[in-house]
Design a protein around this ligand. Sequence first.
Ligand SMILES: *Cc1c(COP(=O)(O)O)cnc(C)c1O
Length: 361
Amino acid sequence: MGNDNHKRLVLPGPVEVRPEILDAQTEWMIGHRSTAFGALFARLQEKLKQAFLTNGRVYVVGASGTGLWEAASRNCIRDGKKALHLVGGAFSDRWAKVSKANGKEIDVVAVDWGRGHAPEMVEEALKKDTYDAVCVVHNETSTGVLNPIHEIAQVVRPYEETLVLVDTVSSFLGAELRPDEWGIDIALTSSQKAFALPPGIAFASVSDRVLKRAQQVTNRGYYFDFIQMEESLKKNHTPSTPPIPLMFAADRQMDDILAEGLGRRWQRHMDMRDMTHTWALDRGFGLYAQDGYRSPTVTAVLNTRDMDVDQMAKFMNDKGFSMDKGYGSIKGKTFRIAHMGDMQPNTLEAILGGLDEFLGM
Ligand SMILES: *Cc1c(COP(=O)(O)O)cnc(C)c1O
């Protein structure tokens, strides 16, 4: 790669992308109405369906995850109806804002940062009111909380009008996810987190129920109109010009992911979570996320040692690692160690070893 001043990203997005995946982007360009493109999209679609464990469809858009929040809210919530947003951190809060910014009415079930959403909270809300959708973030990247989306979907499923919309941006391919089996209507993700691709492309598995709903929504907008995407998808096309280089990269990355196997990939992330927990607790740090809800892809370490996170980041930068210093209002009080994407346990060991050196251990 171009510069030898490379710092390995230990951030919870964008994450480190392997050189062979970066290289895959440099294929000669093809037209998006060509047969070559149709073949690429068909091939990628099959692989994505295996990754999402779905028999349905996976839409591919030139956008970051935020675009698909807008798409999901826009296509699934009817005028005069409401969505229920489960909020417990920066990203779940922002999705709720996106729904509102698109003129959607919402109710919120809020929990303190660091806590997860129990299915009972959702059950209670559904008894009191009716909703077109429940919007939940699988892995709240700001706090390191993994929500029990399977159990949450189970309590929503008896309500036929209510779609289950899940943000899997920082968990897709890093934590177990079975949209069809679990009754999840949309699982959306962007590329630059647990998928370990460069930023700029986003993916969503979409159920038939969503397409039926979208037909009843009067103003779906244009760029993210699922009805139009479905029409194009049937021809192995996209409505507008897609990020072709990123699709080459995704196609290549999918081969490696499917070769590793989903089960093994999920396990690797759980192993790295356990390594990080052991390291943090042994050094006298705490864990920010509630017990039982801790993420396999990112750990928010509670900085009970009052370590200077700026100094830590500087020290680690000199060792070749770009570290996180904590998100927003919990910066310094926490710092996050991302163990997502293609990171291997031996790399994590080197990172934790570097942190030990900084701590003088
Ligand atoms: C980063 C992130 C987003 C926003 O995704 P972009 O790709 O930056 O638009 C949404 N949800 C979660 C959980 C995230 O971590």
